[in-house]
Ligand binder design. Structure first.
Ligand SMILES: [Zn+2]
Length: 282
């Protein structure tokens, strides 16, 4: 128990300075942050090189994601998917029509057979009673009408199939054309990706070399800012932060003039590390 209490006590003491820092009064806004991290002017200049490389890496990443070929492929893939669906619908309908046509053709065949049988009975003189004869002739007439109607249905089905066959051919042609177009766009996209990746690999290498020369504490600070800002440092040029493009007021510039060269200064607006150079206007 005693150890635990001691531990808790230590934690309290440890957290105390954090609370003080967190409750910095609003009145401090607009003034510069002078951190505890110190670095020689030369080391601070390395941060500008890092910032340039990080900006380039961000540009490359953005270019990779916003390549027109990527959007174009999404559009073409959507069209390909539409065509595939349309083809399935057309092929299903063609199958239905083919079955319907077979059924109608069988019906026509049955009616024709029936007519032939009736005719054979007539021709053979099997039917002699006048009433029966009239009835048989009437049936043959009805069967002829039925045959005509059924043949009409078959013709109509054939026309619908022809229309759908043409539609299927059109879809197939467009699918083939689209396939070629997609392959060409994908090849252009891949070539662009390759170029971007090569540039990014070079920038990453350079970044690694420079980062290796920056002391750990300063690099950690830089990287922490970079996570939210994209780049962690900016040049102070002619009294202006190159990160957020805001000009510093005279009081802040005086604070910077009075600061030792190894002080690491942060822009109060964008929180980036402000690096002084001969162009800073101090
Ligand atoms: Zn700024």
């Amino acid at each position: 128990m005693h150890t635990n209490q001691g531990n808790r006590c230590w934690r309290k003491v440890y957290h105390a300075p954090m609370l003080v820092r967190g409750s910095t009064p609003l009145g401090r806004r607009g003034r510069l942050t002078l951190g505890s991290v110190k670095a020689s002017p030369q080391t601070q200049l390395r941060l500008l090189e890092l910032a340039d490389l990080d900006a380039e890496l961000a540009r490359l990443d953005h270019r990779r994601r916003s390549l027109p070929e990527v959007a174009e492929l999404v559009r073409l893939e959507a069209r390909a998917s539409e065509l595939k669906d349309a083809r399935v619908v057309t092929e299903t309908e063609l199958g239905d029509l083919a079955r319907e046509q077979s059924r109608s053709e069988r019906d026509v065949e049955q009616v024709r057979t029936r007519i032939e049988k009736d005719r054979a009975r007539l021709d053979a003189g099997q039917v002699s009673a006048a009433r029966e004869l009239a009835s048989l002739q009437s049936e043959i007439e009805n069967l002829h009408r039925r045959q005509g109607d059924l043949e009409e249905v078959v013709l109509e089905l054939m026309e619908r199939r022809e229309t759908l066959d043409r539609r299927k051919d059109e879809l197939t042609n467009e699918q083939e054309g689209l396939g070629g177009e997609m392959a060409a766009v994908a090849a252009r996209r891949d070539a662009a990706f390759k170029e971007i990746d090569e540039q990014a690999a070079r920038a990453s290498d350079q970044r690694g070399n420079i980062a290796a020369e920056v002391p750990g504490e300063l690099l950690a600070l830089y990287d922490q800012i970079r996570k939210t800002k994209g780049v962690g440092a900016a040049m102070l040029r002619a009294g202006r932060c190159e990160g957020c493009h805001l000009s510093l007021n005279a009081a802040d510039l005086n604070v910077i003039r009075a600061s030792a060269p190894d002080e690491v200064i942060r822009c109060e607006e964008c929180r980036r590390i402000l690096v002084r150079t001969s162009e800073s206007g101090l």
